[in-house]
Design a protein around this ligand. Structure first.
Ligand code: B12
Ligand code: SF4
Length: 501
């Protein structure tokens, strides 16, 4: 009887490639039970379809991990091909999208089982039941098909992160990820859930709101081992809100300094908690290797923030904490969401002014902008009908939900185009440091610096007609693209919507 389980990770349209943490998490209990794991990540496997079709031949099942959006395209492609080879071969979906929309996902004819929420125990139990051919009814937290009908088992209680097994990092081909990304890095998670409930966020629907975390000693020991063992230069700690316990953060920093850790790391945290860190705290974090704190500023308009349920955010404290971060040598990094319901042109201008003001006052601060994307399970979706949001009625319908190019009933045609051009100008005007290695030559850098000045002028005056600088920047980017490796997940870049407007 086969002991092989195949996992597929579809492309997430970025060259910032590293191993998928969700799959590394569910792999550990399977390995401990004596199963062999084959992990195929589309981003580092040019002939991924053929590889999956070869590997499934002698395996028990295929597991796919995905979030809402373009990852659905390759999921469908792979699942359909596997079903063409053997209509009875079990295909299991896990991760955020199937967790938030289990019924609609399972309705797709090529999906057999969906796992809702944490998958460590559920996946092992599913595999064991598939092998013993016993009924799946006793496996909590899943959905499956019986005689063409969808069956859902009761919810599986959430486990705290301390009770979860370590991730199977040894399955990751870090050499291949480094070839694509230019940097050797990994994701690490040290806490689950977030106590807040922002209207656009789906977290509460999967992990609840009970923040729970690993003790500082475990964080220090695991991260030091991980980075030394695989020669990693950077860890992105993907906790939703790393600073849920400020003392824990301080102890982690002190522990890393004591351990002589030499890797860089970055975290995500809410602006109100970052604001509680003193300059001394930040200096200690910097000494421990912390290089960046990502925060969701989202908008500068009080009206929009209220609609987002972000009343915990205070702008004076954002300015103050940015100043302290810069003084400590840590990059404050902020996300912005444009076009949230209720954002008119006045509110958008307010946000652009805030971004420009921050970047001018704190060189080194950076902003990443997105277009509001209504995700399943987010509180804002309760008002979908009121906002005129067309909610897809099939699994495949969610494939184009992606903050880079989302179209909304109130943001279409010329408005959408104008916002995209403005986002382009924000990118040109102010520097951002991506995870992937900077492959630009000196000439490209100087040219981009030169066009940042007219870009700032345009942003100040809100003028985006004849965007020659954007055209120029695209030409410069093409030069850099030629230096990229052949395997580039950007192939999933937006469909031809930009050209249409
Ligand atoms: C790391 C990360 C990324 C990484 C990698 C994503 C990935 N797929 O691994 C990158 C940078 C690529 C990314 C990109 C984006 N992300 Co992201 N990301 C995260 C983040 C911070 C951590 C994910 C993680 O690794 N967690 C740790 C692992 C261990 O947990 P897990 O993924 O939940 O896995 C568990 C279960 O889901 C399940 N499971 C997972 N896979 C599988 C597979 C099988 C077979 C089974 C059985 C079970 C199973 O078992 C695991 C262990 O319990 C989450 C937030 C979060 N708190 O999780 C957001 C999150 C997943 N991202 C989100 C979003 C919106 C995005 C972007 C759209 C953002 C953007 N502005 O572009 C893009 C979309 C990417 C794309 N093109 O499709 C949303 C997803 C919403 C949704 N409905 O899907 C989240 C939840 C953030 C949020 N708060 O809204 N993201
Ligand atoms: S603070 Fe971040 S993780 Fe928490 S609810 Fe808001 S968006 Fe989600």
């Amino acid at each position: 009887m086969s002991r092989k389980i195949v996992f597929f990770f579809p492309s997430f349209a970025s060259i910032e490639a590293t191993a998928p943490l969700g799959i590394l998490a569910v792999a550990t209990p399977l390995l401990r039970a004596g199963y062999e794991i084959c992990l195929i990540d589309s981003t580092i496997t040019p002939n991924f379809k053929q590889r999956v079709l070869e590997e499934v031949q002698d395996s028990v099942c295929l597991g796919i991990s995905l979030v809402t959006g373009p990852m659905i395209r390759e999921t469908v492609e792979i699942a359909r091909s596997v079903k063409e080879w053997d209509p009875d071969f079990p295909i299991i979906l896990g991760g955020w999208h199937p967790s938030l929309l289990p019924r609609q996902t399972l309705e797709a004819p090529y999906i057999d089982i969906v796992v809702r929420g944490q998958g460590e125990d559920a996946m092992l139990e599913v595999v064991q039941h598939l092998q013993s051919r016993s009924a799946l009814d006793l496996v909590a937290g899943i959905g499956f098909k019986r005689d063409g009908k969808l069956v859902f088992t009761p919810e599986r209680p959430l486990r705290n992160i301390v009770d979860l097994p370590p991730k199977a990092y040894h399955l990751a081909d870090f050499d291949a990820y480094e070839r694509v990304c230019g940097r050797r890095w990994a994701m690490y998670i040290s806490s689950l859930a977030c106590p807040f409930n922002c209207a656009y966020c789906t977290n509460a629907g999967v992990y609840g709101r009970k923040w729970n975390a690993l003790p500082p000693e475990q964080f220090v020991e695991e991260t030091v081992d991980l980075t030394r063992g695989y020669g990693l230069e950077l860890l992105w700690v993907v906790d939703d809100n790393f600073l849920g316990d400020l003392d824990r953060a301080r102890e982690i920093a002190a522990g890393l300094v004591r351990a002589g850790a030499s890797f860089k790391w970055s975290i995500q945290a809410t602006t109100n908690l970052v604001a509680r860190l003193s300059l001394d705290d930040l200096k200690l974090l910097k000494r421990s290797g912390l290089q960046q704190i990502c925060q969701g500023a989202e908008s500068a308009s009080a009206k929009v923030l209220e609609a987002m349920n972000k009343d915990f955010q205070d702008f004076d404290s954002i300015y103050e904490s940015a100043a302290r971060c810069i003084a400590a040598g840590i990059r404050p990094s902020y996300n912005i969401i444009f076009a949230f319901p209720g954002e008119g042109s006045a509110e958008r201008r307010e946000t652009v002014r805030f971004v420009m003001d921050m970047c001018r006052r704190f060189p080194g601060a950076e902003f990443w902008t997105n277009i509001f994307t209504p995700y399943p399970g987010a509180p804002v979706m309760e008002k979908a009908a009121e906002y005129g949001i067309e909610v897809p009625t099939s699994f495949e319908g969610w494939a184009d939900f992606f903050p880079r190019y989302t179209r909304l009933p109130w943001l279409n045609g010329r408005d959408h185009h104008r916002l995209q051009v403005m986002r382009d100008y924000l990118r040109i005007a102010f520097d951002r440091v991506p995870i992937a290695a900077d492959r630009r030559g000196t000439a490209t850098r100087i040219a981009q610096k030169c066009i940042s000045l007219p870009a700032r002028w345009r942003l100040r005056r809100d003028r985006y007609a004849f965007p020659v600088e954007v055209w120029l920047n695209n030409k410069l980017k093409q030069r850099t693209a030629a230096l990229r490796p052949a395997v580039d997940a950007k192939r999933l870049e937006a469909p031809a919507v930009e050209a249409a407007c």
